[in-house]
Design a binder for this molecule. Structure first.
Ligand code: BTN
Length: 326
């Protein structure tokens, strides 16, 4: 996204710390007419920004809408590539589907598709993903790493580490835990799911679609009844509502950092961070794969992200993909 005049105006209000700004000053500084400023102010009001008119002093920003607003996102971001192209929607079927189209159209590394609401959000293993309106972060990040197709599954682990580290630096009242391979739990309940898909030729990845679903501002009764014992949101665990746009910026920064680290230096640091935050390693688990059920102690993940389980007979079995019960 490129900065528009409206974004420029918004930026001034966001950095004015509640002080009024006069229309004339804006017009002079941005070198446009008062009427142009007035029109942009109307658009901002329609988008849900609330202003007060302060006599002789101009407009004062009272509140910002709870949207993952792109103008704001660009101001918070410190990334080089991730989130620099954003496709924002009120409603889509699934951000993964939009991302597939964008990949065909040549979308660059780091392109983000984000929606307030998904009507057909998808989880792993063809499950549905509940994506309530305006209460979560529902996004797909298109990345184009220069690695071999067999390394694709590791990006699920890279993403889990990136999100957990972003959570740790953004929130203080809980400690998130990774449940292999792709869930992030808080106090034993699921707050985040990751769905990694790949578009590839036999020996080359064209693009990965990193689908990220994070429950952010739901109250417990916003979840369908059957999920209420298993799911939670950051707001529930932190004890206060969360400004999503800030956290999206943190997640994108962290994701760029750790996926670059993986591409450059391999799995070493990621594996260490993953194991530190893992709620799976060292526990007794029951892993249900498409072919079998494996029970035992989860002992480690390998360099390629495979979960190793020590069974009762001492034999160690590597699991590539499964549902895990602890
Ligand atoms: C899982 O835990 O099964 C993975 C859930 C992934 C959900 C996200 S929300 C954004 C993106 N679009 C989708 O349809 N799914 C992913």
């Amino acid at each position: 996204m490129h900065f528009t005049m409206k974004d420029e105006i918004l930026k001034r209000f966001l950095t004015a710390e509640g002080e009024p700004i006069s229309g004339q000053v804006l017009a002079d500084e941005l070198n446009v007419s008062r009427t142009a400023i007035w029109k942009h102010m109307q658009t901002l009001k329609q988008e849900g920004y609330e202003f007060e008119t302060v006599k002789k002093r101009g407009y004062k920003l009272l509140s910002v809408p709870d949207k993952v607003d792109m103008g704001q996102l660009q101001q918070f971001l410190t990334t080089e590539r991730y989130g620099r192209q954003v496709h924002y929607y009120e409603t889509v079927e699934s951000t993964q589907l939009v991302a597939h189209e964008l990949i065909r159209a040549g979308a660059p590394d780091g392109t983000v598709v984000i929606a307030e609401h998904q009507t057909a959000g998808r989880g792993r293993m063809m499950r549905e993903w509940e994506s309530t309106e305006g209460q979560g972060i529902w996004m797909t990040v298109i990345i184009r790493p220069d690695v071999a197709p067999h390394q694709a599954p590791q990006f699920t682990l890279v993403t889990a580490v990136a999100i957990v580290e972003a959570m740790k630096s953004s929130f203080k009242n809980f400690t998130p835990e990774i449940k292999w391979p792709n869930d992030i739990l808080i106090n034993g309940k699921k707050t985040t799911g990751i769905l990694t898909e790949m578009v590839a030729e036999a020996d080359r990845i064209q693009a990965l679609l990193i689908g990220i679903g994070i429950n952010v501002n739901q109250k417990i009764d916003d979840f369908p009844e059957q999920l209420q014992t298993m799911a939670t949101s950051i707001a529930i665990e932190e004890g206060e509502p969360i400004e999503r746009v800030h956290f999206v910026a943190n997640v994108l920064e962290s994701l760029e950092k750790y996926s670059d680290e993986y591409v450059k230096n391999g799995f070493g640091q990621i594996k260490q961070l993953w194991e530190q935050s893992s709620g799976t390693i060292g526990k007794r688990v029951k892993a249900t794969t498409l072919r079998e059920v494996v029970e035992g102690e989860a002992v480690s993940i390998t360099e390629s992200g495979v979960l190793e389980i020590r069974q009762a007979n001492g034999e160690i079995k590597g699991i590539y993909s499964a549902d895990i019960e602890l």
